[in-house]
Write a protein that binds this ligand. Sequence first.
Ligand code: SF4
Length: 444
Amino acid sequence: MALSGLDIYKLLPKTNCRECGFPTCLAFALALAKKAISLEKCPYVSEKAKEALEAQAQPPIRLVLVGDDKNRIEVGNETVMFRHEEKFHHPTAIGFIIEDSLTNEEIKQRVDKITRLQFERVGQLLKTDLIAIKQTKDAKRWLEAVNLISGLAGFGIVLISDDSSALSAALESLAKKRPLIYAATDKNLLEFSRLAKEHNAPLAIRLKSMDDLSELTKKAKDAGACDIVIDVNTGRHNQEVLWELTQVRRQALKKANRSLGYPVITVMNRLSSYEEVIKAGDYIAKYSGIVLLNGFEEWAVLALLTLRQNIYTDPQKPLQIESKLYPIGNTTEASPVLVTTNFSLTYYTVLGEVEASKIASNILSVNTEGMSVLTAWAAEKFTPDKIAESLKKSGVEEKVKHRNLIIPGYVAVMSGDLEEKSGWKIIVGPKEAAGIPSFLKNLG
Ligand code: SF4
């Protein structure tokens, strides 16, 4: 929680010496609270006050980086409990666990499958982020698997091992790749924290209960581990896990509890695909920074990536596409022209149906600030004037010989006005995009 001007004033020398350029310490404190000036301007701040003031300038939940510049994954630095309050900033990193008990060929196949788990949705490429290599065999075999996967994959790496000497060798081998060490416990905390410090790597801390958590993160920090990720035990009833995930975030944001101000990782136990996707979905929604899965099914991953995309979209900025003319297929001067808005979901729904019709067409997307058809019409962002202007600017008049414009059925009411303003003949299309293929086929 940010300190107020008065809180800051209490930490200042209160001599009103004016050396900072302000007439009083209180004026300086108020400027500092507004972040309008830096603390260094006062040469008399005590070390203790500096510590307190610098700590309050830190984000309530630390931003943790996993991976190198090529595969950079950022988690944490969240500022709100609910996305409608502002937005969630760093999407949950989704990763897969691969065990070293697989043969090299099987590992290659899995990595290949994971690499292909990419989907385009509303103009954005959705993909997963991490591969976690779990030690079940001896250190030699695990290291072999680590090197194999890190050489193959364009992913951030998580090293799952309890063996500190194997971890040390793996960290040496993956120097500068910033793999996440998983996971320190009360038994090996100091050893693992030292490894994290030495290799500048993030460290996950596994806990038995919430009571241990603050103490363990403090100890790890004192031992030099800066980038900490809290592992919440998922092997319990979902209700308990969600309660704990919520408490960690609440404590960090509402109570300014620094020892809980870290992103959280949730690691799935072996479950059926359905159970795993349901649990992982819950944890993406509240408030996991990293989720590690065992399953690789396409349908499950698509569901989780879609959920993540929806949750981490800025609720105040709908996904938008560039407003322009999009020729779909091998268009000719006789191809139909459909008009819609630049709200991504609307555009891609129309696009999907136009493609399904197999009739080459032009889609004109009008800038409605990311609103869907009816919302934009009600907000006067999808008006005859705007559509007429977009038609002119798009260059469609040079591309097609006809002057027939298909408008969404929901805004049939604007037909007359639009015809007048644009000079185009208006054809009222279907209300729902699903009707587009048969509509286009029967257009004649
Ligand atoms: Fe107060 Fe420091 Fe400014 Fe002097 S320099 S007035 S002590 S804040």
